[in-house]
Design a protein around this ligand. Sequence first.
Ligand code: GLC
Length: 542
Amino acid sequence: MAEAKTTTTTRWWRGAAIYQVYVRSFADGNGDGVGDLQGLLRKLPYIAELGIDAIWLNPWYPSPMADGGYDVADYRAIEPLFGSLVEAEKLIDEAHALGIKIIIDIVPNHCSDQHPWFLQAIAEGPDSPARELFWFRPGKGEDGSEPPNDWQSRFGGPAWSRSTNPDGTAGDWYLHLYSPEQPDFNWTNRKVHDEFDDILRFWLDRGVDGFRIDVADGLVKEDGLPDLDGRTPEPLPFSDQDGVHEIYRHWRRIADEYPGERIFVGEMWLPDPERFARYLREDELHSAFNFDFLGCPWDAAALRGVIDDTLAAHAPVGAPPTWVLSNHDVTRHVTRYGRADTSFDFGDRQHLATTDFELGTRRARAAALLTTSLPGGVYVYQGEELGLWEVENLPDELREDPVWVRSGHTDRGRDGCRIPIPWGGSEPPFEFGDGTAWLPQPEEWSDFTAEVEAADPDSMLSLYRTALRLRRTEEALGDGDLTWLDLGPGVLAFTRSPGFACVVNLSPDPVPLPDHAGVLLTSDPLHDGALPSDTAAWLRLA
Ligand code: GLC
């Protein structure tokens, strides 16, 4: 018993509930309309009360914000709009004092085109050693006016842009898997490795508890940068190349030098669960986001399939699964779950598809109980605990996401899930800050502020608070495994030892609950002892 306890406390990340803070939209402390560290510092008690173990912050580094901070100009400083290094250190200390760990985003695949290395590479022209830190290549065609290969940017358009030589003539092309303002680093260069080793240490020395690795699968490119020629090989020449694992083995050794289990969580969108699990081997990353679950439709058989596949893929490497419903890149799940097609796919965001918000909210409540009771870790994206929806009616001229422009105005992108949080009051900016928020909030959010919801025992916030608190006290929850219960088609039900069960009813009919059970918590009231359609219950078993 004593041993089990030690394992849980020292391996905190295996069953952690992690709250994602998109700094820019969380809370504005200085009234300029943009979220910042002062704002976050003031809201730490709110986060602590939610009952989470750690915060993951989206990039907080100086950035021209061509991609919401994922275009980093300096990896060892804080974006002035967000605050200062002193405030970041204060945040780490105050969070720790509240028992909350801090995970920061690290962006090793690319930087900003305003990063000193890239500015130098452009300024010094062809043959400069600074160019070796990126992927500069001559163009194809007679005058080099065509990209070096046929790779496409994940934001649309070619993955290459042509540089201008110091003398003003058109020069070589450089690779960017994302926007042209995000040149890819060349990880065949030793200097890039050394730089990131040093950056990791810089933040570990300041007490951060871990890193969320952006585009963790992308760092290594296939030799020769081969054209795709219409193929979709697995792995792709710019994703999941075998060489990437050596980088993470090395990073793991660095993190392990520090006390208190500093962790890595990888962002990889990979089709093959076995290749995905390779990142989670004992000497590599601790965990990774489970995007198959996020993309899965609200359907019992499909969800059970994804849950089983997830558990099966993680088991051989001994890594804990994670469960994620929303983040700063995807359509908020209250909206997704209220549509006819409840799945998520980057290729088709179903912008403005008809949505039944009442249904989406009911399902989101049930999904909250499901995700927080599955074995492993769970992520909660800011605003999810308030039941916020995707804001789809933003005026196009206010859109900041590069996806909108790069897709030739066909994909309205990710601004709708990044709307500033409504904290209180009855009109925008809902105490987000004193100034006008950088993206407008819907008037209807007056009923969805943290203030209103904290006072309502039936709100989404109250549900999350209760669930996350129970998750901390119920021995069965967090890390571990599950046993499925058969309660009929359309019902997801499982037990976890000792003495816990979760039942989610995705069928159109009410489902009677096992009668030997004492009800702990339901997402919505029971009807005659039965669980209504699209609701969930947590039970303490006799
Ligand atoms: C990741 C981030 C996303 C960003 C992209 C490029 O997918 O989550 O927001 O645009 O990487 O850095």
